[in-house]
Write a protein that binds this ligand. Structure first.
Ligand code: AVI
Length: 325
């Protein structure tokens, strides 16, 4: 279709740091061991994440959807016509609410979904094209860093960069700092940044959201090991690990770990890496930081991004911030 273009950024034939697995080597050689959360999202991981979004305990997606249902019109009204860029677009389900709002205000629909998982990007793009007759999609398969680099090259159209679902929480404070810098570089003056974040709440509610009763989050976490096996010729025995998630009240973040059930040695042949794990030792696969609006606003402001408006649900569980550069 002439309405769809997909660019595959930094494929593994180039030896860029990002695709070489150097980040896996680095994380697994550290103590405590870590793996970057982007390795959750092979095609199966993206499917499992979609299932998480529908879980009764996982209030995040439902709550953000509610906010968007209510305020997408106000967002479109404020920004006027612009290209919609979405980092970590996944199934693009929530994006439909924005597309509806821009369409209702007769704005041309230009959408740039970005995701590391090619499978979900391709199928959701096809399905969006079927719904929206005048939609044009220019998708990018790659990491946030690769995509933002590409987006900041050359002419910058007036755009809104959307980062929904509290994926910001999966970045450390330092990563977040670098990320905001890259976002700003991908905007020209008067451009917008739409940011969805999960807010502070009780430990019980948070821990339930990351330890669902159906075990989908556990499967999602464990799938990372399978992805590493397949990607780097590894021999993790998934049955010898268990899902472990808790709220770290001091750091105000959920932490997800993969806990080794016995003392074991694992090889990732393609990375020339052998790791030893003691019984009970963990690999931290994710942090999911929780935010307060005031701190976030001032952090964005220090990067030159002003908060136009912040919307919340009635429980104040989730926040949606519209920033302007
Ligand atoms: C994508 N990200 C915002 C999710 C989160 O809540 O941090 C990933 C996730 N991990 C476990 N459940 C969902």
């Amino acid at each position: 279709s002439t309405r769809l273009k997909i660019d595959y950024l930094g494929n593994s034939s180039d030896s860029s740091e990002e695709d070489s697995g150097a980040d896996v080597v680095q994380g697994l050689s550290r103590s405590p061991k870590t793996v970057p959360p982007k390795y959750f999202y092979d095609d199966r991981g993206s499917q499992l994440f979609e299932q998480i979004c529908d879980l009764p305990e996982y209030y995040l997606t439902r709550t953000e959807t509610e906010i968007l249902q209510q305020y997408a019109g106000a967002i479109a009204q404020h920004t006027g016509a612009c290209e919609l860029v979405e980092l970590g677009s996944g199934s693009s389900t929530k994006t439909r609410l924005l597309l509806e709002a821009y369409q209702a205000q007769d704005h041309p629909l230009c959408y740039r979904p970005i995701d590391v998982s090619a499978g979900i990007l391709e199928s959701s793009a096809q399905s969006l094209l079927q719904t929206y007759d005048h939609l044009k999609i220019h998708a990018l398969v790659g990491t946030y860093e690769q995509a933002l680099q590409t987006l900041s090259d050359g002419y910058l159209p007036q755009r809104m960069i959307c980062f929904l679902g509290s994926s910001l929480g999966n970045l450390s404070q330092d990563e977040c700092d670098r990320f905001f810098n890259q976002v700003r570089l991908a905007l020209r003056s008067g451009g917008y940044f739409l940011l969805g974040v999960d807010l502070h709440k009780s430990t019980a509610q948070l821990e339930a959201a990351y330890n669902d009763s159906q075990g989908v989050t556990a499967a999602f976490n464990l799938n990372m090991l399978q992805h590493l096996n397949q990607r780097f010729d590894g021999n993790f025995d998934v049955a010898q690990f268990e899902h472990f998630a808790f709220y770290n009240t001091e750091l105000q973040q959920i932490e997800m770990h993969l806990r080794s059930l016995k003392s074991q040695t694992i090889d990732l042949k393609a990375l020339n890496l052998t790791i030893n794990m003691a019984a009970g030792e963990t690999i931290r696969s994710e942090i999911s930081r929780k935010f307060d609006v005031a701190t976030l606003r001032s952090q964005l402001e220090s990067k030159g991004i002003d908060s136009v408006q912040v919307w919340m649900d009635t429980h104040q569980w989730f926040g949606l911030l519209l920033g302007e550069y």
